[in-house]
Design a protein. Structure first.
Length: 428
C-alpha cells in the first residue's frame, strides 16, 4: 500500500518548468514584443512636465494673468457724445441744431504704471505657483516611480522564494522516498507554493495599478508599459541632498514675495487715486446760417475743454490705503509662516532619513544572521535532522526582512526626493 502511494505521488507530481522561470520568460517576451526601452526617472519627469494636464492648466492661468498687464496699462476709452436740439438754440451766427463732444480722462501721473506693476507682480506670482506645481509633479512622479521599483523588486524576491520552495519540495520528496519524511511534509510545501503563486498574481495586479497611476501623471494611455531595468539598483542608489539652509528662491516663497511687491504697488495706487483726474475734451457745434445777416453766419463752433475731478470724499481713499496696509501685514505673516513650514518639513524629512537608515542597518544585520542559519538548516533538512516547518518559517522570515529592506529603500528615496523639492528654487 505504501508503495502504491509513493507511485501515485510520483505520477501526480511530475516536475514541469518552475513558475519563477516561466515568469522570467514571459517578462523577456513582453520586452521584445513591445520593443521597450527602460526610461530613467529624469526622462519620466520630463514627459510628465510636458504632458500633465493639471500643470498645463496652471500655465494657462499664468498666461491669462499675464494678459491683465496690458489691460491695466491701457488708457481709458474716450467718451464721444452727440446731442440734437429739437428746438434749435438761436445764436448770433445762427441757430444751433446739434453738438458733438469728445472727452478723454487722464489719471494722475504714474497711475497707469502702478496698475501695470500690480498686474505684472501678480502674473509673476502665478508663474511661481506654476513652478511649485511642476516641482510637486516631479515629486509625485518620483514617489510613484520608487513605489513601482520597490514592487518590482519585491516581485523578484517573491519569485525567488517560489523557486526556493520548489527546491525544498525536491528535498522533501527525496526524503520521503527514503522514508525520512512524511507525505504531510510534501503537502505542506505544496500549500506554500500555491500561496506563493497567489502572491505573485496579486503583485501583478498591483503593478498594473501603479503603472496606470504613473501614466496618468504623464497623460499617457494608462496601460502604456513602463520598464525598470534593475529595480534593486535603482532603490540602492544614493544621492546627497544639501539641506543646510532653506532656499530663499523656493517658488512657495517667491510667490508670496511677488504678492508683497504687488501690494506695495497697490499702496502707491491708492495714493495716486486720491489725486485729481484731468479731462481733455473738444466740443463741436453745428450751426445753420438761415435768417442771419452776418459775415460769419452759419460758421460751426469748436470749443476745447479741460475738466478736473475733485476727490473731496476722502473716506474711500483712506479705506483703500488701510486695505493695502492690512494686506501687506497679512502677506508678511504668510511669508514667515511659509518659511517656518518649509524649515519644519526639511527637519522632519531629515529625521525620517536617519530613522530609515537605522532600520536598514538592522534589516541587513538580521539578513546576514539568517543567511548562516538557513545554510545550516537546509543541510539539516537534507539529512532529515530538521523539520520542514522550521525551514519554511526561516525562509518566510528571510523574505519578510528582504521585503522590508525594499520598502525602506523606497521610503528613503522618496524622502530624498521630498528634500530635493523643499530645497529647490525657481531656476530648476
Amino acid at each position: 500500500m505504501i508503495i502504491n502511494d509513493k507511485l501515485m505521488f510520483k505520477i501526480h507530481h511530475i516536475k514541469s518548468i518552475p513558475i519563477s522561470i516561466q515568469l522570467v520568460l514571459i517578462s523577456v517576451w513582453l520586452c521584445f514584443s513591445f520593443n521597450l526601452k527602460a526610461q530613467s526617472l529624469e526622462e519620466l519627469k520630463t514627459i510628465a512636465a510636458e504632458n500633465n494636464l493639471a500643470l498645463k492648466a496652471q500655465y494657462k492661468t499664468f498666461e491669462a494673468q499675464l494678459e491683465q498687464v496690458s489691460q491695466a496699462k491701457s488708457w481709458q476709452d474716450p467718451n464721444l457724445s452727440f446731442g440734437y436740439f429739437i428746438s434749435p438754440i438761436e445764436t448770433r451766427v445762427g441757430p444751433q441744431i446739434a453738438r458733438f463732444s469728445l472727452t478723454q480722462m487722464l489719471p494722475w501721473f504714474g497711475t497707469y504704471k502702478a496698475k501695470g506693476d500690480i498686474a505684472s507682480y501678480r502674473a509673476e506670482a502665478e508663474f511661481e505657483k506654476f513652478q511649485n506645481q511642476k516641482l510637486k509633479l516631479y515629486l509625485d512622479v518620483a514617489e510613484k516611480y520608487f513605489d513601482l521599483s520597490a514592487l518590482r523588486h519585491i516581485t523578484e524576491l517573491e519569485a525567488e522564494q517560489l523557486q526556493i520552495l520548489e527546491d525544498l519540495k525536491s528535498i522533501v520528496e527525496s526524503n520521503y522516498e527514503n522514508n525520512k519524511a512524511n507525505l504531510v511534509d510534501i503537502l505542506r510545501v505544496e500549500l506554500q507554493i500555491d500561496k506563493q503563486a497567489n502572491v505573485l498574481q496579486v503583485l501583478k495586479d498591483q503593478d498594473a495599478a501603479m503603472v496606470a497611476q504613473l501614466n496618468q501623471l504623464m497623460n499617457r494611455p494608462l496601460k502604456t508599459p513602463i520598464l525598470i531595468s534593475n529595480p534593486k539598483q535603482i532603490l540602492e542608489q544614493k544621492e546627497i541632498v544639501e539641506t543646510d539652509s532653506i532656499s530663499s528662491n523656493h517658488p512657495r516663497l517667491k510667490a508670496i514675495r511677488n504678492l508683497q511687491a504687488s501690494n506695495k504697488a497697490e499702496s502707491l495706487l491708492a495714493k495716486k487715486q486720491a489725486m485729481p483726474q484731468f479731462g481733455l475734451g473738444l466740443d463741436y457745434a453745428i450751426i445753420q446760417d438761415r435768417n442771419v445777416m452776418s459775415a460769419d453766419a452759419g460758421q460751426d463752433a469748436i470749443m476745447p475743454m479741460l475738466s478736473v475731478s475733485l476727490p473731496i470724499f476722502g473716506k474711500k481713499n483712506k479705506s483703500r490705503k488701510k486695505q493695502a496696509s492690512l494686506q501687506g501685514e497679512s502677506l508678511q505673516l504668510q511669508l514667515e509662516n511659509e518659511e517656518t513650514q518649509i524649515a519644519t518639513e526639511i527637519q522632519v524629512a531629515q529625521y525620517q532619513c536617519d530613522e530609515l537608515y537605522s532600520l536598514l542597518d538592522l534589516y541587513k544585520q538580521q539578513l546576514l544572521r539568517l543567511k548562516d542559519i538557513l545554510q545550516l538548516s537546509e543541510t539539516a533538512l537534507a539529512n532529515a535532522s530538521m523539520e520542514i516547518e522550521e525551514v519554511l518559517r526561516l525562509h518566510e522570515e528571510r523574505l519578510l526582512y528582504e521585503k522590508q529592506c525594499a520598502k525602506t529603500l523606497a521610503k528613503l528615496q522618496k524622502t530624498n526626493e521630498t528634500l530635493i523639492y523643499l530645497t529647490s528654487n525657481s531656476a530648476l
